[in-house]
Write a protein that binds this ligand. Structure first.
Ligand code: COA
Length: 164
């Protein structure tokens, strides 16, 4: 799985504006086509919501030429389970292994926190995201109705031996 030489760093306070740009741009490009207009939220995350979220989650970034081009966040849902959210890679940087490097980094951090599973939620119609997570070893655990379809909950056991 490609992730060599892709540096993932913990986000710094100064990165917030760039992270918001990445998340909101990548979200619009990916989801405007599958979420009906009346339910589509833009921005998907405001500065204030980001601040609230970062009290519970740690954000990570990948930069190119000093600029944030990809984001992801990790939190603990309970003593066993990590929650992965806000996985976004700008379109022009997709399919280069950056999303994989981000998620594998989050999984290593989660293991370091003593967590034994990682969970995430994505839209059931986001076939690209489901393919991406399945390739990383995530499997569907629940389908929860939302106003336009279903959310897919996916999970992966985090092996202690570091197998990915
Ligand atoms: C989903 C996302 C994070 C993947 O990031 P990425 O850096 O492009 O992913 P990678 O290059 O690591 O892809 C690894 C594998 O996942 C699968 N994959 C990734 N994008 C895919 C797509 N659009 N369609 C089908 N499979 C895909 C492929 O198997 C790919 O391997 P390959 O390129 O050798 O075929 C990125 O496409 C993205 O940010 N999309 C918009 C936002 C989003 O959907 N976020 C996640 C849900 S909240």
């Amino acid at each position: 799985m490609r992730e060599t030489n892709i540096l993932i760093e913990k986000a710094k306070p100064d990165d917030v504006q760039e992270m918001l740009l990445v998340i909101n741009k990548a979200n619009r490009e990916a989801f405007v086509g599958i979420i009906p207009k009346e339910h589509f939220r833009e921005p998907i995350i405001t500065h204030e919501q980001f601040n609230e979220c970062s009290e519970r989650m740690t954000f990570y970034v990948h930069r190119q030429k000093g600029v944030v081009v990809a984001v992801a966040a990790l939190g603990a849902e309970d003593q066993d389970c990590g929650r992965i959210r806000w996985v976004y890679v700008l379109r022009e940087y997709q399919r280069q292994g950056i999303g994989t490097a981000l998620v594998l980094h989050l999984e290593r951090e989660a293991r370091g926190m003593g967590l034994s599973r990682a969970r995430l939620v994505t839209d059931n119609d986001a076939t690209w995201a489901i393919a991406f997570y399945e390739r990383l070893g995530y499997t569907l655990t629940r389908r929860v109705p939302n106003p336009w379809g279903f959310d897919s909950w996916m999970e992966k056991p985090l092996s202690r031996l570091g197998r990915e």
